[in-house]
Design a protein around this ligand. Structure first.
Ligand code: EPZ
Length: 419
């Protein structure tokens, strides 16, 4: 087990470069299965979750070279279409290989990726889409098996704009016969990045970023390897901006696409924080206590659920009372109890948390329950007046590359302790 020892109270100041998007890299790595070629993905982050997806692809027969933010993935020798339970349990997003394996091999067997800390995470919409395209799918003994002699394009309307379901259906549709429409599709920037990668390999995808995505099926011979640079990680960037705001510092995040953070920037400005943007950078100048604001998480371009815990840490120190409503996941308030241990005044009522801002919080012994809850506790510890011990930081390493190194370069005092 590893933990952070954090001594708070310093204002973060300086420039921080954002890594490539985890939630772009994962579906794009899965998509390489489709073209049976040697793909080169630039700008990839050195994260635990990316390492797990690498292991998934290697278990299928892919050959991978990974170094210096570049991943070379040769899927020409991929022979298997079964994912082990061990790998699926390590990371739910392993399920993103479902559509690509079904499209290329006509068969896939994957252990059901159980729920996680933030919710039950069902896959009914993924399976509804694949069934609509002609797949026979049965779930037995904790495994999902999907088979299809030939997938056929279909008109699919998602009950809700699921990111993973949109991505799996997009990938399955690439080699289907005819046109597939995905209505009420997720509109996240990572969906657009996946579309761009698929089209670079020879697919016919359009409409990503809107409610309706259309995929014109092609043949395997139409597909070839692609070279691509993933978009910057908007959630990592947003987390750094909150770290600057909560410490009253001044931080410029570089290698970002400001438009992707618009929902967050609007909220930070509403909280009376100065935020300036350029082509590929954002500068935040924190000053004293922020103003309380209400937040309701929504699918993109609404306020992102992945920034809800970090903003709750910031609002714990705001002037006034804020209401944060989580509409995406049913159990994403695990950080509340830990923030309370640090002196935050938060009451949870159903899917809403009522946060009464306090002038200061204190360090404590706290535990990370999941990736973004862990990030929220780092935010709080940076602002606390004394020391914090944060356990289970493996969760944080899933989505943030060497977070302590990046923050210590800005004046933070974080030590990583190995058992
Ligand atoms: C993606 O998860 C992200 N992960 C999550 O980021 C992010 O929080 C989420 O999208 C929402 O933006 C990756 O991209 C790897 P969903 P995903 O399917 O695809 C329900 C992080 O911290 N649902 O959009 O799993 C589901 O239970 C992670 O980086 C169904 O009911 O999210 C949830 O309540 C956490 N049936 C809601 O939809 C389904 O078939 C949104 O889930 C699928 C989903």
């Amino acid at each position: 087990m590893q933990r952070f020892m954090i001594c708070g109270g310093n204002r973060l100041k300086g420039i921080i470069r954002v890594s490539g998007s985890k939630n772009s890299t994962l579906p794009i790595l899965a998509a390489t299965i489709l073209n049976a070629g040697k793909n080169i993905i630039h700008g990839t982050p050195g994260l635990r979750d990316v390492s797990v997806m690498k292991d998934v692809l290697i278990s299928l027969g892919a050959r991978i070279i990974w170094g210096n933010q570049i991943i070379e993935v040769d899927t020409s020798q991929v022979y298997s279409s079964e994912i082990s339970e061990y790998l699926t349990r390590r990371m739910r997003a392993s399920n993103l290989v479902l559509g690509a394996l079904l499209g290329r091999f006509g068969r896939v067997k994957i252990s059901y990726p159980g729920g996680c800390q933030i919710g039950s995470r069902p896959m009914n919409l993924h399976l509804k889409g694949l069934r609509a395209m002609g797949a026979d799918i049965y779930e037995k003994f904790g495994y999902i098996t999907a088979e299809a002699k030939k997938l056929v394009g279909a008109d699919i309307h998602l009950d809700l704009p699921s990111v993973g379901a949109t991505e799996n259906i997009m990938m399955a549709a690439v080699l289907a016969e005819g046109v597939t429409s995905i209505r009420n599709a997720a509109k996240e920037p990572e969906i657009v990045d996946l579309q761009n990668f698929l089209n670079k390999m020879g697919a016919g995808v359009k409409g990503a970023g809107t409610d309706t995505i259309k995929i014109e099926g092609v043949t395997p011979g139409d597909l070839g390897p692609a070279v691509h640079t993933v978009i910057p990680d908007r959630i990592e960037a947003g987390t750094h901006l909150v770290a600057a705001a909560i410490t009253g510092g001044e931080v410029t995040v570089k290698n970002v696409i400001p438009e992707h953070l618009e929902p967050l920037l609007a909220k930070l400005r509403e909280a009376n924080v100065d935020v300036f943007t350029g082509d590929d950078w954002i500068r935040l100048t924190g000053a004293g206590r922020v103003r309380a604001v209400d937040i309701k998480t929504m699918p993109y371009p609404g306020f992102p659920s992945d920034m809800q815990p970090q903003m709750m840490a910031l609002l714990s120190l705001a002037e006034g009372t804020s209401v944060v409503t989580e509409t995406i996941f049913e159990n994403r308030f695990k950080h509340v109890g830990e923030l309370r241990r640090m002196g935050a005044d938060i009451k949870v009522e159903g899917q809403s948390a009522i946060i009464t801002g306090v002038p200061k919080i204190s360090g404590a012994y706290v535990e990370a329950s999941d990736l973004r809850a862990g990030a929220a506790l780092v935010m709080a510890a940076l602002a606390a007046e004394d020391g914090t011990v944060l356990e289970n930081i493996e969760h944080i390493d899933r989505g943030y590359e060497q977070l302590e190194t990046k923050y210590n370069a800005l004046g933070a005092r974080i030590i990583r302790v190995h058992d």
